[in-house]
Design a protein around this ligand. Sequence first.
Ligand SMILES: Nc1ncnc2c1ncn2[C@@H]1O[C@H](COP(=O)(O)OP(=O)(O)O)[C@@H](O)[C@H]1O
Ligand SMILES: [Mg+2]
Length: 302
Amino acid sequence: MTTDNAAPHGAVLTDTPPGGERPLVELRGAGKSYGTVRALHGIDLAVHAGRVTCVLGDNGAGKSTLIKIISGLHQHTEGEFLVDGTPVRFTGPREALDRGIAAVYQDLATVPLMPVWRNFFLGSELTKGPWPFRRLDIARMKKTADEELRAMGIVLDDLEQPVGTLSGGQRQCVAIARAVHFGARVLILDEPTAALGVKQSGVVLKYIAAARDRGLGVIFITHNPHHAYMVGDHFSVLRLGTLELSAARSEVSLEELTNHMAGGAELAALKHELAQVRGVDVEELPDAPAPGSRPAPSEGDG
Ligand SMILES: Nc1ncnc2c1ncn2[C@@H]1O[C@H](COP(=O)(O)OP(=O)(O)O)[C@@H](O)[C@H]1O
Ligand SMILES: [Mg+2]
């Protein structure tokens, strides 16, 4: 029983974890400067087991910097970074991995010409036999990869097929299953749906949910509020390196989230600017550019 799970630090952290357990990973007023460039400042974030924390934000908002701190690629230069309630400062991704923090990057570290099962074990190959006769335990690797993929509900026709023949979505799914197999407790996904179509994105979102259901704490980076809202339990919107919004699902609607992402205030200002330009009917402009909500072009105005 843990009793030291007091209210999360910072007023913005309002989400109550199930059972009130301690966050797996937590940032408290954390920030990062690259020399004189302050990329991230005053970030509060908590990642809980069995929950999906979405990090949203425009290009340059600081999303990658945030996950680089958590995955051990960079060190924070202000505030605190805690794992299982203990302040840490990783010197590299290996240390983060040892603590069960795994990141799946957009440009996946897979070898396209190698079979799926081989990629699954890349860098952690199973071997058999005593030294110096150790050799790859191919049968066991194939069997394990097959079992793990199936356990996540991922069905591939043939694990012998080169990873390069899989779709982008399938490759993301293999990477997720791989992280789960190698003991990840915290799974960081950097824009996994950015380059994917609607159907493929749906598949990846399904496995994000599957990872969550297996009890992992998932950090889902995206700039698509619709994708975030489909699986997210908590939403953190970054803007120019600071936390613009941190809200539990119950506290924010998809519309509000979309508006935050679109920079509601900026859009209003833009509308005002456009109103000065003759011929632009600002009433026709959307409040927030939600996909599919574009007003029909008005024809025959004059
Ligand atoms: N290695 C770096 N050196 C200097 N500035 C950087 C570095 N990485 C990121 N930045 C700056 O930090 C800010 C946040 O970048 P980043 O975290 O990549 O944002 P995002 O992933 O949301 O697009 C940007 O202004 C970017 O130019
Ligand atoms: Mg980025």
